[in-house]
Design a protein. Structure first.
Length: 106
């Protein structure tokens, strides 16, 4: 599941899904840049967002680096079942201990 993220909440080296011009991209956020390419702070209105290891999912194309404007929607992946996974792991650990088989998987 993907959750919409505000520009201010983007974290460096996290991977995000980006929608741009009817294409879906996946890339790792590297930071903010002025439009001329130098580093920028988030409070400046003349900046873009730099991503690397870009993948155009729609057309199956790869890019080393690209920039997006702050007006694009950015999404982060959020697991649907974090509690279920934790509970399943606990049950597996209990059953492995109970039956003595360290490779048992329920």
């Amino acid at each position: 599941m993907f959750q919409l993220v505000k520009v201010e909440e983007l974290k460096v080296n996290e991977t995000y899904k980006i929608l741009a011009n009817n294409y879906v991209f996946k890339g790792r956020f590297k930071g903010f840049r002025y439009m001329d390419g130098t580093r920028a702070e988030i409070d400046n209105s003349e900046f873009s967002l730099e991503f690397d290891k870009m993948h155009n999912i729609t057309r199956n194309l790869h890019f080393k680096r690209t920039n997006f404007t702050i007006t694009r929607p950015f999404y982060k992946f959020v697991s649907n079942h974090p509690r279920w996974n934790m509970e399943r792991r606990a049950v597996n650990l209990f059953l492995r201990n109970l039956i003595g088989d360290e490779c048992f998987e329920w």
